[in-house]
Ligand binder design. Structure first.
Ligand SMILES: [Fe+2]
Length: 228
């Protein structure tokens, strides 16, 4: 390596937090942003939900959601601390677990945010759903049926806006990992058993019906309004 290339590499390395160790290996000095990986508080009073107990919501929020946030932080710390001599599969395994934990965190945040039984569907939201699914009832039937296809297993039922398709679409996500790229989440429904078993046992259909009664339409309307 020529001297000027070495100096140039040094400038890039310092800017990005990369440093060469004594044996010449590049290591990272980055750290986990602990202020980002903090659970968000509920934005509604769980006592006021219809047909969903406060106990189940708090357990879900404290154990499953907050657990995912803590797991994401612990995995990121492991990635940061991983030796530069680690094998690619070691990093690959951690990156997979990182995606599972981060997506679980993010999807739970969409889910809790769109609960709370507030407002009604706006004319703009109604019109976009009708344009994508012909009618509100056809969208609702398809969404509920797709959600029920996950009962007995696990996953997420999502209404998304896809920029490539230029319309809304119902999709499901298994293991927090599946998704339709270039989409924005409009409505998220957690179909993991922990989200309904305490109140509904194996009655996933009852849970899905009650979920619809507790949608925060103000949040859905603002998510649709924000689509660009
Ligand atoms: Fe969950």
């Amino acid at each position: 390596m020529k001297r000027r290339d070495f100096i140039a590499l040094g400038a890039v390395a310092v800017a990005s937090g990369l440093y060469a160790s004594e044996n010449g290996e590049i290591t990272t000095s980055r750290s986990v942003d602990a202020e980002v990986l903090i659970p968000k508080a509920l934005n509604f009073d769980p006592k006021k939900l219809e047909g969903i107990s406060e106990k189940m919501i708090l357990s879900h929020h404290q154990n499953n959601y907050s657990g995912a946030v803590k797991r994401a932080k612990a995995i990121e710390e492991k990635i940061v601390a991983l030796s530069s001599s680690a094998q690619p599969f070691e990093l690959g395994s951690l990156k997979r677990e990182e995606m599972v934990a981060l997506n679980s965190m993010i999807l739970h945040e969409y889910y809790f945010e769109n609960l709370g039984q507030s407002g009604t569907i706006s004319s703009q939201s109604k019109s976009m759903i009708e344009k994508s699914f012909r009618s509100l009832i056809e969208w609702e039937n398809e969404f509920k049926k797709m959600a029920l296809s996950l009962s007995g297993g696990s996953g997420w039922a999502l209404l998304v806006y896809n920029h490539r398709l230029k319309r809304l679409e119902n999709i499901w996500s298994w293991d927090h990992l599946h998704g339709l790229w270039d989409s924005e989440i409009i409505l998220a429904l957690d179909m993991y058993e922990h989200s309904y078993q305490m109140d509904f046992g194996a009655n996933a259909k009852g849970y899905v019906e009650v979920f619809f009664k507790n949608i925060n339409w103000d949040v859905i309307n603002s998510r649709i309004l924000a689509i660009r």
